[in-house]
Design a protein around this ligand. Sequence first.
Ligand code: AMP
Length: 306
Amino acid sequence: MMELLVVGSVALDDLDGPFGRRPDVLGGSASYISVAASFLTHGIHLVGVVGDDFPREHVDYLVGRGVDVAGLERVHGKTFRWRGIYSETLETRQTLDTQLGVFANFRPRLSEAQRDADLVFLGNIDPTLQLEVLEQMRGPRLVACDTMNFWITGKLDELRRVLERVDILLVNDEEARQLSGVHNLVRAADAIRMMGARAVIVKRGDSGALLFHESGVFAAPALPLEDVRDPTGAGDSFAGGFMGCLARAREITPATMRSAMIYGSVLASYCVEDFSLDRFRTLTTLDVAARFRAFHELTHFENLEL
Ligand code: AMP
């Protein structure tokens, strides 16, 4: 297994949508990524910050999943809070409020062991913090990164500096268009690769995800699901499944990247079945393996060439 360092938000979310409202639930990019990855690998180190209002039980849950929380600081002040509301069809969401809280003054300080991690995932958070983490790393084998409209609008220069140093950028289709200024996703991915990222993964909700890299394009479908309650964290869970698979595979090749795209889709498909990280609380490794096989079935076809 390779060691995986995850930096990102650890949040208290207030979610609203057709399935009701859930105030004050565990959220944040780093929470979803670490927990999703924990179904595939060990050696996950979380770097982030929470305030003194953050319930102890959430930290216990992360520890219970085997996540190393030595890099999760608890300081005086308020935990990052995000409030979002989904449309009736769950297809669109609106951010109603973002309160940075203790993240406003956070300066990540990595331990010796954390600096040596093989894989780094810069979860959605202020690109300035993403850069500070990168500057402390000793030479990771792979750096992947996520961002969102909030930072594309507010911190584009810093984000561009991050992109010069990452191997893979994961974004959703809207973010890819916003970042590149191009509507067509193939062209948008090309434009983003020109900014520095060697590969781009575009997440398209229930239309699946696309990987654009040196060896061409790979498409992972989304599993057609009967029960979708809360899409929050789907992108981050995808990232966790993707990185967890690479860490487990111990090698980064076009073939392992493809499997990682499917494990990303597996973890994302579970995430949306319930609010917050709740679906992960009952999930088992056997469930993950079963859904990986379901994806294989879903996409397998014979090569009946003409
Ligand atoms: P996703 O649905 O994958 O985009 O991730 C949603 C999670 O991202 C929520 O749990 C939020 O707490 C977190 N989040 C929302 N906005 C931000 C932001 N500006 N910076 C960092 N994390 C955020």
